[in-house]
Every structure is written in C-alpha cells, then in structure tokens.
Ligand binder design. Structure first.
Ligand code: 2AL
Length: 170
C-alpha cells in the first residue's frame, strides 16, 4: 500500500491493517494513528518507536510478553499470527530436528524463568545457528539489558513488517 493511502485510511482500517506490526499490540497502531499524516514510512516507524520508548518498563515487558516463543506451543498448535508463522518458517524453526526442538524448548523455558518474559529476536535478520548462539549469550545479561535488547528486536521485527505493508508513493 502506498503511504498516501495509509495517510487517508479510516481510523478503523488503519488499526486493522497495522494491528500486528508490533505483535498482538493493536494499541500501538491506535496510538500513532492520530499522528498522521506521515511524510515517510520512516516517520511512521519512528512514531511507533517513540510510543514504545515512552512506555514504563512494565509496558515494555508487556510488549515482549505478547510475542510467541520461537518454535513454541503456538507454532505446534498452528495458532501463530500469519506474520510470526512466516518469520519463524523463513529461518526453519518449523522443521527443527528433535534435538534442536528440545534444546530450543529448554532455552525458552530457562530464559522465561530468568527474566519473566520470552526471548525475542528478529528471526528474519538471523539464521538458525545465530539464534541458538544469541539465546545462550543473552541468558547471561542483566534484566534491564535484556529488556532493552528484546525491545530492540521488537523494533527490527516492526521495521520489516512495515516494509511488507507500506511503500513510498510512486
Ligand atoms: C518471533 C516471531 O514470532 N517472529 C520473530 O521474528 N520473532 N518471536 C520471538 N520470540 O522472537
């Protein structure tokens, strides 16, 4: 969709279309809707980033908690959002060996036990070995560092989802 069209969408359509640029957080789309018109896709992305940055720490952790585990229950049950399914499928998380699957399940659980929110990484900007490496490495971080790292990844996921949805006017 072209940016000029995005700027003219009825409120409800804007929220429906951008409801999942931040996973399961349509409030983010609702919050930036009134900042239209956006002069560029980058400006839309920046408004979303500013909204997230202004949230209290509990709100940032809430956003992280809206993300499904990598290769987790939602993938197995077929209940991932279509965006997550594509992202996790792209990197082969839907076809893990049984060793990889049990290793990832253990890392996901250990991470959640330590931090109280799920491990989040932009799957499309990584490959499978890199995701495993990051899961191990980030486990050692302090809580605040990891909250910030997770939010950085949310923003990368959002960037790619926006690129899929909006392009500059011709
Ligand atoms: C995800 C997801 O669903 N897509 C993505 O890029 N990362 N989830 C996650 N826990 O990192």
């Amino acid at each position: 969709m072209e940016l000029s069209r995005v700027n003219e969408l009825p409120y409800e359509d804007f929220i429906n279309i951008f409801a999942n640029v931040v996973e399961k957080c349509p409030i983010v789309a609702a919050a930036v809707c009134s900042s239209r018109p956006f002069g560029s896709v980058d400006a839309l992305e920046a408004a979303i980033g500013d909204f997230i940055d202004a949230l209290p720490e509990s709100g940032k952790e809430g956003i992280l908690r809206c993300h499904p585990d990598l290769a987790g229950r939602d993938l197995q049950a077929g209940t991932l959002t279509q965006e997550s399914l594509k992202e996790q499928g792209n990197v082969g998380l839907d076809v893990l060996t049984s060793d990889e699957a049990s290793s990832m399940a253990r890392l996901n659980e250990d991470y959640k036990k330590r931090f109280g929110f799920p491990f989040v990484i932009c799957a499309r900007m990584n490959d499978k070995p890199n995701i495993f490496r990051e899961m191990h490495a980030r486990m050692a971080n302090q809580h605040e560092v990891e909250r910030m790292r997770g939010i950085e990844e949310v923003k990368k996921i959002c960037h790619l989802r926006l690129q899929d949805l909006v392009h500059a006017d011709a």
